[in-house]
Design a protein around this ligand. Structure first.
Ligand SMILES: Nc1ncnc2c1ncn2[C@@H]1O[C@H](COP(=O)(O)OP(=O)(O)OP(=O)(O)O)[C@@H](O)[C@H]1O
Ligand SMILES: [Mg+2]
Length: 262
């Protein structure tokens, strides 16, 4: 050993960034006659930020839900950190703890305070002592800028504040990956940026993120890659600059002209 060598980086992310974290192969899903996921293949590497974009009904939410196993798939495979998604039981609970999920509608527990919303899973699932869970929760609430709201109930917060609490809650389990499904689309315009700023911060910190959003500013600023979906297929996969400035397919051109128009 060379004593003069610099210490190895301590963060998992900087050591392992670039390895495949989510591997999706030949995934198929039908709802009755409807082919919602049609031969989906992609790899999301550790530390990567992937934005999923596409018209309504193209299968974006279904794909997110399948990655978290909230939805079953007909065939193909999805693995996270080298492990195929378990069917059920303790292994599935473990996987869920590794994958944070943020929804359009916040989904906070209405009768629990902001602080309790965040400490619940670490205390229940990880058996973390209350004191430690609360200290960590306060650090997370500070990170998303709502520490002064800790004692309130979700209904006493604005939408933007609630969504930032939801993000803090997903971080409390120290997930390997965060999935976000249209996290800003239920918000009033003046609250969108405060949530996007938190998301950009997470991306900069090296969090692996899969984000369904039509916020092009976020995609351009934070995404490594854009997946454009239409009719259950990944139609284009490109860097944000390439995708927004030089879409290749007619579907993408048509879609972009619509979202740019308003
Ligand atoms: N549980 C379900 N049962 C039957 N059909 C469903 C179910 N969930 C979704 N679908 C259908 O599957 C298709 C894909 O839905 P999905 O929610 O994944 O689309 P999306 O791309 O997220 O759309 P949006 O932009 O409107 O959120 C849609 O046609 C939808 O109606
Ligand atoms: Mg959706």
């Amino acid at each position: 050993m060379e004593p003069t060598q610099p210490a190895p980086p301590t963060s998992n992310i900087s050591v392992r960034r670039g390895e495949p974290l989510v591997v999706i192969e030949h995934v198929e899903k039908h709802f009755g006659e409807l082919h919602v996921l049609n031969d989906i293949n992609t790899v999301v590497n550790r530390g990567e930020v992937v934005v999923v974009i596409g018209p309504s009904g193209s299968g974006k939410s279904t794909l997110c839900r399948a990655i978290n196993r909230l939805e079953t798939i007909d065939s193909g495979s999805i693995s996270i950190d080298g492990q195929r998604l378990p069917e059920e039981g303790a292994a599935l609970a473990k996987l869920r703890a590794d994958v944070g999920m943020v929804f359009q509608s916040f989904n906070l527990f209405a009768h629990k305070t902001v602080l309790e919303n965040i400490t619940l899973a670490p205390m229940k699932v990880k058996r973390m002592p209350r004191k430690q869970a609360e200290a960590e929760a306060m650090t997370l609430l500070e990170r998303v800028g709502v520490a002064n709201q800790a004692k309130k109930l979700p209904a006493q917060l604005s939408g933007g504040q609630q969504q930032r609490v939801a993000i803090a809650r997903s971080l409390a389990m120290n997930p390997k990956l965060i999935l976000m499904d249209e996290p800003t689309s239920a918000l009033d315009p003046e609250m969108i940026n405060e949530v996007l700023d938190v998301m950009v911060g997470l991306a900069k910190d090296g969090m692996t993120m899969i984000v369904v959003t039509h916020e092009m500013g976020f995609a351009r600023k934070a995404a490594d890659r854009v997946l454009f979906m239409a009719d259950g297929k990944i139609v284009e996969e490109a860097t944000p600059a390439d995708f927004f400035d030089h879409p290749k397919s007619d579907r993408a051109k048509d879609f972009l002209s619509k979202i740019l128009d308003h």
